[in-house]
Each structure stands twice: as C-alpha cells, then as structure tokens.
Design a binder for this molecule. Structure first.
Ligand code: FES
Length: 118
C-alpha cells in the first residue's frame, strides 16, 4: 500500500481537503508536491467518499489533459487520452481500451472533518 503514496506524489497523513469542499457527484483532483506525479481523484456520492490514483491503467497517463477535468456528463470518470470511462464508485473501466481493469484505490481517513491520506 505504501507505493501508492510514492506513485501519487502525496505523502501519508497529507491533508487532502475538508469534507465541506466536496460537492455531490463532482470529482476533484489533488496534485502532490511533485507536479510530475499524477495525484489523486476525490469523488463523493451518497455520503461516501472514493479516492483513486489519477492514473489510467491503459497507458499510465493522468485522466485529465485539461487539469481537473475528469468527468463525463453522467459523472463517470473519463480519461481524456483515449476515452476510457470508469465507474466513479468502483473504479472499474466500463468502456474503452482498458475495459474491466480498475483505477487504483488511494487510502484515506477522516479526522476533524478533514480528509487525510492514509
Ligand atoms: S490512457 Fe486512458 S484511455 Fe488511454
């Protein structure tokens, strides 16, 4: 599990955001200290929070070409590189060149209404 911190560029215990910053069914991107690493995608739906490594399993690229844009109109996560679509709550690729593969889950914990890596 430790490698996901290295891969993302976000260290364990880093404050990711406050719960109030998340809007229902809207994904946000959090970059790490190293802008060349992919960072993560944070998504909230039905009072559950899902965090994924912002790295498409098709070609190991970030999903967003325009920074922060990772969603289709129906809220699926969308890789702008070759059009893969991912279920935002399971991370599964449901359409596209890497169908049936998964985004990598990123661990988190909640403390004092803040979401922390870990
Ligand atoms: S890199 Fe995401 S679909 Fe190709």
């Amino acid at each position: 599990m430790e490698d996901v911190y290295i891969e993302s560029g976000i260290k364990k215990n880093t404050k990711l955001c406050e719960i109030k910053d998340l809007k229902e069914d809207k994904a946000i991107i959090k970059k790490g200290a190293d802008k060349y690493l992919p960072g993560i995608i944070i998504y909230k739906s039905n009072n559950s929070i899902y965090i994924w490594l912002n790295n498409c399993p098709h070609a190991n690229l970030t999903l967003d070409i325009i920074e922060g844009r990772v969603q289709a109109k129906n809220n699926d996560l969308l890789c702008a590189n070759h059009g893969a679509r991912f279920n935002p709550t399971t991370g599964e690729c449901i359409k596209g060149p890497c169908k049936n593969t998964f985004l990598k889950s990123f661990p988190y914990k909640i403390k004092n209404n803040c979401i922390l890596a870990g």
